[in-house]
Design a protein. Sequence first.
Length: 202
Amino acid sequence: MAITGTFRYMTTRMSGVPPTATCASAPWRLHVRGRTGVPSGLSAPVDLLSLRARCTQSADPASVTTEAPLLAFGPRWHNVTGIHVGQREALIDLELASRFAGDLAAFPLHPALLDLGLAGAQAIVPWLDRRNQLLVPLSIGTLKVNGPLEARVASRVRYREDLSTPGDVAVFDVALCDLAGRVLVEAGEFHMLAMRDRARLT
């Protein structure tokens, strides 16, 4: 039976009370809301060979991991093995380290692969000051899950110039694929906010 509906993710705690304690009278803070449903069909496969041929420039994977401004990533996030850049599109190669392969049984949408598969192509944003700015997730229009992520995946990222606001918000369409080009996860209208101030991340 298809499961559809709406959801909200909220947290609450009282001022001065440890985060592990909650109280029904404390104000709630909304983090996420959306609608769920069953997709009508599988996403069209991605021609990774053609995409790789179009994306002839390279970006340093460290620019979105170890050398990214304002953030520090754990070892699972050191999974970007290549960033190939084209005209407003990119191909990201990702591989989860073998010592973390067991994560996939518990986390079919592995957060480290999903995070950098979605957000790792900041080099295609023409207005971004990558030394001093960082794009952080703001919202996702649609997220379609066709299957679990694998230890090695490829991500096709397209910059939506028509929806982006230069200097403020970048919008992408993203498809995370297996090595044959079968789309495992597809995100439409993924919005990211440009940040300069570390204090705004807390």
